[in-house]
Design a protein around this ligand. Sequence first.
Ligand SMILES: Cc1cc2nc3c(=O)[nH]c(=O)nc-3n(C[C@H](O)[C@H](O)[C@H](O)COP(=O)(O)OP(=O)(O)OC[C@H]3O[C@@H](n4cnc5c(N)ncnc54)[C@H](O)[C@@H]3O)c2cc1C
Length: 488
Amino acid sequence: MVGCELRLAGVRVTIIERRTEINRVIRAFGLTVPTVEAFYRRGLLPDLIQARWTHVRRSVESLAKYPHPSPPDALPSIGAVGHFAGIMIPRDSVDHDDPDFLERGPAGEMMPISQQMVEEILTRRASAIGVDLRRGVAVETFEEQEDGVDVRLSNGERLRCGWLVGCDGGRSTVRRLSGFPFLGTNPEITGWQAIVDFENPEVLQPGWNRTDTGIYVFTPLTRRILIVEMDGPPEDRRSDVTREELQAALRRVSKTDITITSVDSATRFTDHARQASTYVKGRIILAGDAAHVHPPFGGQGLNLGIGDAMNLGWKLAATVQGWAPCGLLDSYTRERHPIGASVLDWARAQIALMRLDPLTESLRRIVSDLLCTADGATYAAKKLSGVVQKYDMPGEHRLVGRSAPDVRVGDQLRLADLMHRGQAVLIGPPELGKRAADWHPRLVHAESPDGPAMLVRPDGYVAWASDDQDDSTGLDEALHTWLGDPGL
Ligand SMILES: Cc1cc2nc3c(=O)[nH]c(=O)nc-3n(C[C@H](O)[C@H](O)[C@H](O)COP(=O)(O)OP(=O)(O)OC[C@H]3O[C@@H](n4cnc5c(N)ncnc54)[C@H](O)[C@@H]3O)c2cc1C
């Protein structure tokens, strides 16, 4: 996503990827609203919808091959918007008229799509727009110079680049070699997620289950199993997960004689939670898991990475192209670090609530009651879907720092349609457009019959807004703050 955003802005990009092909191991499943919005704003919503239907079709085929005595609609998760530490958040209790859920346009819903499908869409996109994607070769070392970075690859090749963005995952080589402080908490649990076949699935209970030895989640529809044991991290975190290891853990936790006959895909995880204290150090930048790791509960890791990429892409492009206003690149850490920190909190709090002692059971009952209230369910649904995200940006208007409402533009279009090329958008009357004409082509202007006048940054966040479309107080300052000097 970082590569695509940079290329879209006209920057030459090379992606170095150690893997020869997309990682097929089961990981993320589900896009939050800011991620769906990001794809929508780049014209990729049809690809997401297509991927979603492919998933539905595969699930139905899988169900036909793999009937389970408990029908999937008996799952407690149906009728829930999600969960917090396994406590379901009832859909009926959520206030869907809350202003944060409104004005989102066609990208206003979370989408159940696998990480592989997201990576396939982005790979196609990268090739289509001319990103140089090199697979099967790794970054081994690099040296930062005053005017660039010299990178040495595993095949002995040397590359010279202006900037190096480490999107190389939780065990990031780029982060380690650059000495970014990576602060946080140590792991207490071992978790597994897998797609498996069973000999006797009827002994398992569908949905979330807590026993006195751990937690397991069984989803018959997708043959997915998630297991958590709370007695420390695994001794070996790098070896492949075996059928025997999964079966033994599931037997310990479910207290059944469950037998796993085959494993399609499996991964092991912990609740290791750490975050780089800054995301930019000289010409080295971190994004995604390289900048933050946390347990997967809450389904946020991939989404956090896409959000980093959207925030970083245009700012780094502006820096490379020489028109970035003072402090633009620094605003990447300032805006994204708090979002990452709140995701770490959300994930850590769930681990605390998953503990198996009687005190935690009492706490769970209280939290469960709170999550069933309208305020509690709405709060949790907003956190899960990401609609509460707000950047600390200068400006008083309620929209500043928030994802822009997808207002109508002209007869047929919406704001997102104007953002496919990654430009900023100024919405307002023609006089406003004239005031900002010098910033073209960094910015495009359009009129809208809806809502306030707005300056929307290339990442879709509102930089300035005025309820009175004729009042442009503060617009010039916002244009200079985010789009620099029009003469550059
Ligand atoms: C069990 C599980 C469930 C999850 N569920 C969810 C979920 O529901 N929702 C969600 O949003 N997130 C979820 N996540 C998290 C999500 O998978 C990660 O946050 C996401 O993969 C991070 O993307 P990334 O690109 O930053 O890092 P990665 O996906 O780790 O990609 C890093 C890439 O860098 C490459 N690389 C590494 N080192 C080098 C090098 N030196 N040179 C070249 N290439 C290199 C790797 O091969 C890899 O392809 C889950 C994770 C797990 C483990």
